[in-house]
Design a protein around this ligand. Structure first.
Ligand code: CP3
Length: 357
């Protein structure tokens, strides 16, 4: 697939090359805040059926692009499709979040975990990637993604979302060897999964480490960053002569940005608890930065949203290497007009940051 991209400013910004304005996309841009998403999900019957149907997954991936001048599309799927394909039996109960029928809590369960073949058990995801690329027709690049091995493992061991991480933390302290073995399997599955997304047409990759920040600094380095480094080292960084930029995002990972940049990734996601100017001073000559408007700013009036966008652009400052995003996923209650106000503000205010002095 060698379609020339009509808009490559997202890829250029991740490689810290010059752009005419700051590219913008939103985490969870295809999601419940959009009435057209809710309608398609209702047609699919459930969230997992929506993920499992390439035509419908493609449809919702493209919905936010029809509304807004976004600079990237992100594959519509979920980080938990991988453990589902490892046989854990994923379901989403309405209003309750994810549940696994068979959580992984002992040696036998860890050793029984297969490494799925992405073109077999996760074929529906690869078919969605191929279809989305065809439908995008080079308008903007397509981002593929996975969870970080640590974040995915928290769901596998807890059996769903958790406040205390009681089971996986007990494993971490009682049986670090067993947690290592689990993470090794999830890392191998994730490497195969992301590599297959690149072969299918993903033009950039992002790893979501939503729960790395529940760890101590030492445990973060061992159990969250370590497996992510294996991903950075093992993933294809080029495909058909095109660079495939790779972004790591640890929510709450502000204290560890230097260590994250040291992995050799291309970009770091930054949430709103870190000052972008400070982050740039620490790592900006090595990686691009993606972020970091507080998603709750979108509850405010459009004039206020514009002021806060201006603040984020100013905090990064002039020059290359910034991708505008929220600091985490867009909230389901946000008015789509407010998301539009944010995107418009980025397109109008950011060219000034890319002009020669
Ligand atoms: O960004 C995008 O538009 C791409 C799609 C995407 C989804 N999930 C769709 C989704 C991505 C990148 C994810 C990643 C994901 N999934 C993460 C890491 C990202 C992050 O936000 O930190 C995590 C932790 C999950 C696991 C997950 N999926 C949970 C805990 C839930 C329930 C949360 C809730 O608010 O109900 C999901 C469901 C989910 N994944 C939805 C969407 C649009 C909502 C499901 C629905 O339509 O009801």
């Amino acid at each position: 697939m060698t379609v020339q991209l009509k808009n490559d400013r997202f890829l250029r910004a991740l490689l810290r090359e010059p752009v005419d304005r700051t590219p913008v996309w939103m985490m969870r841009q295809a999601g419940r805040y959009l009435p057209e998403y809710r309608a398609t999900r209702a047609r699919a019957g459930s969230f997992m059926k929506l993920c499992g149907n390439p035509e419908l997954a493609c449809e919702v991936t493209l919905q936010p692009l029809a509304r807004y001048p976004l600079d990237a599309a992100i594959l519509f799927s979920d980080i938990l499709t991988v453990p589902d394909a490892m046989g854990l039996g994923l379901s989403f109960e309405a209003g309750e979040g994810p549940k696994f029928a068979s959580p992984v809590r002992n040696e036998a369960a860890v050793r029984a975990l297969p490494i799925p073949d992405p073109e077999v058990e996760l074929r529906y995801v690869m078919d969605a990637v191929r279809l989305i690329r065809r439908e995008l027709d080079g308008r903007v690049p397509l981002i593929g993604f996975s969870g970080s091995p640590w974040t995915v493992a928290t769901y596998m061991v807890e059996g769903g979302s958790s406040k205390t991480y009681a089971h996986i933390k007990a494993m971490l302290y009682d049986r670090p060897d067993l947690l290592e073995e689990l993470l090794d399997r999830v890392t191998r599955a994730t490497l195969a999964y992301l590599s297959a997304q690149v072969s299918a047409g993903a033009q950039a990759l992002m790893v979501f480490d939503t729960w790395g920040s529940v760890l101590t600094p030492a445990a973060y380095k061992a159990f969250s960053l370590g497996p992510m480094r294996r991903l950075v080292e093992g993933l294809p960084r080029e495909h058909n002569g095109q660079r495939i930029p790779l972004v790591l995002f640890t929510k709450g990972g502000g204290p560890w940005l230097e260590a994250m940049a040291d992995t050799g990734c291309d970009g770091l996601g930054v949430d709103w608890t870190t000052d972008l100017a400070d982050a740039r001073a620490r790592v900006g000559d090595r990686v691009a930065l993606q972020g970091n408007l507080d998603p709750s700013v979108l509850y405010a009036r459009p004039e206020i949203i514009r002021e806060r966008v201006a603040e984020v652009l100013e905090s990064f400052g002039k020059g290359n290497g910034h991708v505008f995003n929220l600091g985490h996923g867009i909230h389901p209650e946000v008015d789509p007009e407010h998301a539009g106000a944010m995107i418009r503000a980025v397109t109008e205010l950011s060219p000034a940051y890319h002009q020669p002095d």
